[in-house]
Design a protein around this ligand. Structure first.
Ligand SMILES: Nc1ncnc2c1ncn2[C@@H]1O[C@H](COP(=O)(O)OP(=O)(O)OP(=O)(O)O)[C@@H](O)[C@H]1O
Ligand SMILES: [Mg+2]
Length: 253
């Protein structure tokens, strides 16, 4: 049995004359949490659009569960960078929408949604409309919607990017709890070095456009993780290694 959930091989992408991704190679094992960190505009969201089948690559292959997968729509739970909830639908309706698209019976979809909402502390808001939720709650609803659609393999594009530091930390811890339950394979984009270290088993570091992967960093910290783990010498060392890779040392000295 192949234990790789995803393998991206020699992947390149250009939009007309703009070369965005240049020979990207990466993989995720089943159940692994892997992050991608890289400068703004380097092509991270483009990579997710390709893996999820929204865009087509210019070159290269993508394997899911060991099999080359050319049409990838529906193979991943994709939470795009700015997910939107339908303003006229309740929390419950918003998160079951994906299942209706997948043609699951409404009754079963509702039951699964109810279980997830209960388990992850949103049940009392099931009948609320998005306008009545806080920013952090909206992100949690969007995440649950993604998980309900496809809990096996998730692509999360900066899910906490727009949140304040306190809410972000709460949701990072919440996501780790969700992940322990779902045992999903997760590919996660972030700009935030501490977030990457706290959450990930491995981190891929990307360069400016045209983006290549310059480094794969392994995070050897015990799980379940706590915020305090970030002060361990090992975590501090990884953070400074990432800072050095992401910023041109000469420019900040
Ligand atoms: N559909 C498209 N057509 C043309 N150019 C595109 C398209 N999608 C993305 N681009 C360009 O590709 C480059 C990479 O964009 P992308 O959104 O992947 O970056 P990113 O790494 O996700 O940035 P950020 O960290 O700011 O979210 C940008 O220069 C963008 O303008
Ligand atoms: Mg992006």
């Amino acid at each position: 049995m192949n234990s790789l959930k995803l393998s991206v091989q020699n992947l390149s992408k250009s939009f007309a004359d703009l070369k965005v991704l240049d020979n990207i190679n990466l993989s995720i094992k089943n159940g692994e949490f892997v992050s991608i960190i890289g400068p703004s505009g380097c092509g991270k969201s483009t990579l997710f659009n390709i893996i999820s089948g929204v865009e087509i690559q210019s070159k290269g292959e993508i394997f899911i569960d060991g099999v080359e997968c050319k049409k990838r729509k529906g193979e991943t739970g994709y939470m795009p960078q700015n997910p939107s909830l339908l303003p006229w639908a309740t929390v419950e309706e918003n998160i079951t929408l994906g299942l209706q698209i997948k043609k699951q019976p409404v009754k079963i979809a509702k039951k699964r949604a109810e279980d997830l909402l209960k388990e992850f502390g949103l049940f009392e808001f099931a009948k609320n409309y998005p306008a009545t939720l806080s920013g952090g709650m909206k992100q949690r609803v969007a995440l649950l919607r993604t998980i309900l659609f496809h809990d096996d393999f998730l692509l999360l594009d900066e899910p906490f990017g727009a949140l304040d530091a306190l809410t972000r930390t709460t949701l990072q811890i919440w996501l780790m709890r969700v992940w322990r339950k779902t045992k999903s394979s997760i590919l996660f984009i972030t700009h935030d070095i501490s977030e990457a270290v706290l959450l990930s088993d491995r981190i891929y570091v990307m360069t400016q456009r045209p983006a290549t992967i310059i480094k794969e960093v392994k995070v050897f910290l015990p799980r379940p993780r706590k915020l305090e783990n970030l002060t361990r010498p090992n975590a501090v060392k990884i953070e400074s290694q990432l800072i050095e890779l992401l910023f041109n040392k000469n420019e900040i000295e």
